[in-house]
Design a protein around this ligand. Structure first.
Ligand SMILES: [Zn+2]
Length: 369
């Protein structure tokens, strides 16, 4: 058979089974074949799962003897793991920007400064254990780092709970009005991001990088805007005190810290664990108390009572008992309710939402499964 001169040379591929691929949305490890065509094609059983442009491929932190790669245009946690040296060399030679730092040149100076401080603080991990280290490290984490972490945690949480952002127009308008009032009362700037997610789990939580989410499951159990407002104010308190960043360092453990040190923020599987525990485990009792105090102040400055929030939490506890709920994140004790009720002045400010706006907010997830 004569070869047409225009026929490209057959794409080089490895034997099936020598390259592992993580698509970045599930934790499943797939064995794939790589085709070094005009882009890097990642194939599984004759099917192309993804194609990465060589210029977008970056080297990720990896153990010796393995080349681990990420791609700027792929999901943040997508990874390829190669152990075949020849293939690795061949691939690296095509990836012109493979060692460009993921965060860009501007971030490098910040990282260097932070890494020195962090390297010193790592000693704290060894000597004093993680909780203290988390406290010491949290103030040192640059905001840009935290925002990137938050973006990853954000997509992880949405995947984990199969949750979509609820945003029907009237509901979103009411939610924005409520959040704006709370945010201004809390003295936080407009960088705060918030939303309602379509999960039936009765919970609300803050993520690193200034994000606050309310699950529809809690919204459906609420009877008025004050109940929900206090919960959101409590989460703004966690956000202001960077409690989620602290929890992430704490729960992510040493491997997370080391990943952070070497700049492969998103590469550590500890982060997946970290974002899971952000939603399901509790902050320290002290952090909870501080967030409560913060919420009470925010509500009182708006001329609204804090007690309804305590009542909402009690109602959810009574019905849900233990398990995955706001209660496991925010253990409700008698003293918490008592604190919210104590010296709670009667409402002196206008309602945060009109009854029509409240109804719209309650149905913000209508049409989402
Ligand atoms: Zn809390």
């Amino acid at each position: 058979m004569a070869m047409d001169s225009d026929t490209p040379t057959p794409a080089k591929s490895t034997t099936l089974g020598s390259v592992a691929y993580f698509d970045g949305t599930s934790s499943r490890r797939r064995m794939v074949t790589l085709r070094l065509a005009d882009r890097l094609e990642i194939d599984e059983d004759e099917q192309t799962l993804a194609a990465w442009a060589y210029a977008d491929i970056r080297r990720a932190d990896s153990p010796a003897g393995m080349l681990r790669l990420s791609c700027l245009t792929a999901p943040a946690l997508a990874r390829l793991e190669l152990r075949d040296k020849e293939l690795a060399n061949e691939l690296v030679s095509r990836c012109t920007n493979i060692d460009d730092h993921m965060i860009g040149r501007r971030g490098v100076a910040a990282i260097v400064g932070w890494s020195l401080a962090a390297a010193v603080s790592i000693v704290a991990v060894v000597l004093f254990g993680l909780p203290l280290a988390a406290d010491r490290l949290t103030p040192l984490v640059p905001e840009a780092f935290e925002r990137r972490l938050g973006d990853v945690a954000d997509s992880q949480v949405k995947t984990m709970f199969d949750a979509k952002v609820c945003d029907n127009a009237a509901g979103q308008k009411a939610f924005t009005k409520l959040m704006t009032a709370l945010r201004e009362s809390a003295g936080l700037d407009t960088s705060v991001q918030s939303g309602v997610l379509s999960s039936s789990v009765p919970n609300a939580f803050a993520l690193p990088g200034g994000k606050v989410y309310l699950f529809n499951g809690l919204l459906t159990k609420a009877e008025n805007a004050d109940e929900i407002a206090g919960v959101l104010a409590h989460e703004l308190g966690h956000l202001k005190h960077r409690d989620s960043m602290r929890a992430m360092i704490h729960n992510g453990g040493t491997s997370f810290l080391i990943g952070l040190l070497f700049g492969d923020i998103t590469g550590s599987s500890a982060l997946i664990f970290g974002s899971r525990t952000l939603v399901t485990s509790s902050h320290s009792r002290e952090a909870e108390n501080d967030a409560d105090s913060f919420a009470i102040d925010v509500m009182h400055r708006l001329g609204r009572p804090a007690k309804p929030t305590g009542e909402l939490l009690l109602r959810v506890t009574g019905k849900e008992g233990k398990g995955l709920s706001i209660i496991s994140t925010h253990p409700l004790s008698e003293d918490r309710l008592a604190r919210m009720s104590r010296q709670d002045p009667p409402a002196s400010g206008p309602p945060l939402l009109t009854s029509e706006e409240w109804r719209s907010l309650k149905s913000i997830c209508d049409g989402k499964s």
